[in-house]
Design a protein around this ligand. Structure first.
Ligand code: AMP
Ligand code: MG
Length: 349
């Protein structure tokens, strides 16, 4: 298949014409990669069983890992699911934006989309291209991240092209994604509380402004659980987001991390490090996460850096384990999976 590549230029007339064509592709059961504020998505109609099948095939995604359904306005959740009062409160505070809410599904959503489950994950993206495509197509849109299953999620159209060229109808290039990690996925527990199934830019602390209690699913934090159990958010169980390079994740103080890399690193290696610390690792490639302590910038760059490590054919990438809390929980959750849930504790090997 020839994949058409279209740049969103900011010229509203030209962009509308591109979006109108992409919307036709969606309505006819085709696939279009689209920018969102989190990562690039692989969009197909969420009303067509065939589109969902094509998404799983293009990604090589296991059939038990359900797709998130994107809507143009929070109220449209009614069309595909049974939203409750808490959903309304969350929507007022966080939508459009990087929050996905799991709700009981209506029958218009084919079982393929939800991997056979009776719930559907609903999100309302803030990215204007994604928003407009959903609106113009008139279909809710199923859109997992537009990468080969298991690889780091794409945060630029070039990343998408590397994974999806020849497999999908169109790629819309809307520039790099603002956030860089996937949305926060939550389940509503029915008592005013919610449970985080996948952490993202909407943090537990932020959800706590609306929810009576915010719980965190154990597999979000526990590497052993992430590997071993079959959690209710099935995407949590796979080795995910992984570069081809061996990612060595180190749980230690910053000083011990530096010492460990200096004494262990050999061959072609890279280090995920803050701008300020790059000079400490002279023999390897510096994969810069941004200014020290800037969690948002690190989140934005992580997947892109893991892809860069592969482009440079690095054998090993060393990284520090961040705290499993607050603004760094999402980064922590992704990087433990990218490392296949293996964590090195120097001195305890
Ligand atoms: P991705 O589409 O690659 O961003 O991953 C979407 C993730 O959302 C999946 O891996 C699941 O973990 C989660 N998800 C989607 N639908 C559901 C659902 N109905 N219930 C729980 N989690 C879901
Ligand atoms: Mg994904």
């Amino acid at each position: 298949m020839n994949t058409e590549y279209c740049k969103i230029t900011g010229d509203s007339q030209a962009d509308e014409a591109v979006i109108a064509r992409a919307a036709e592709v969606i309505r006819h059961g085709g696939l279009v990669a689209i920018p969102t504020e989190t990562v690039y998505g692989l969009a197909g109609s969420a009303l067509l069983d065939d589109s969902a099948k094509k998404i799983y095939a293009a990604k090589g995604r296991p059939a038990d890992n359900p797709l998130i359904v994107h809507i143009a306005y929070p109220e449209e959740a009614e069309r595909i699911a049974y939203p409750d009062e808490l959903y309304g409160e969350l929507a007022k505070r966080f939508m459009p934006g990087p929050l996905t809410v799991v709700l009981k599904k209506r029958s218009v959503i084919p079982d393929t989309v939800t991997a056979g489950g009776d719930t559907v994950a609903v999100r309302c993206p803030s990215n204007s291209v994604a928003h407009r495509l959903i609106e113009v197509s008139g279909h809710p849109i199923a859109a997992p991240s537009a990468n080969r299953s298991g690889a780091p999620s794409p945060t630029t159209a070039e990343h998408v092209r590397a994974d999806m060229d020849g497999k999908i109808d169109m790629i819309l290039d809307g520039g790099p994604c603002e956030i860089g990690l996937e949305s926060t996925v939550i389940r509503l527990d029915g008592d005013g509380a919610c449970t985080i199934l996948r952490p993202g830019a909407v943090t537990a602390e932020m959800l706590g402004e609306v929810c009576r209690e915010v719980r965190i699913a154990p597999a979000v934090i526990e590497p052993a659980l992430a590997e071993a159990i079959r959690p209710e958010s099935p995407g949590m169980k796979y080795k995910h987001y992984a570069p081809r390079a061996n990612l060595v994740l180190i749980d230690a103080s910053h000083e011990t991390f530096v010492k460990y890399v200096r004494s262990h690193a050999s061959g072609k290696y890279g280090v995920l490090s803050s701008n300020e610390d790059a000079g400490a690792f002279t023999g390897g490639m510096a994969l810069l996460l941004g200014p020290r302590g800037n969690a948002k910038e690190a989140a934005k760059r992580l997947f892109s850096l893991l892809r860069r490590a592969d482009e440079a054919e690095l054998e090993t990438v060393y990284a520090e384990l961040p705290p499993a809390e607050g603004e760094t929980l999402a980064y922590y959750n992704r990087i433990i999976r990218a490392a296949g849930c293996r964590i090195v504790k120097p001195g305890k090997e």
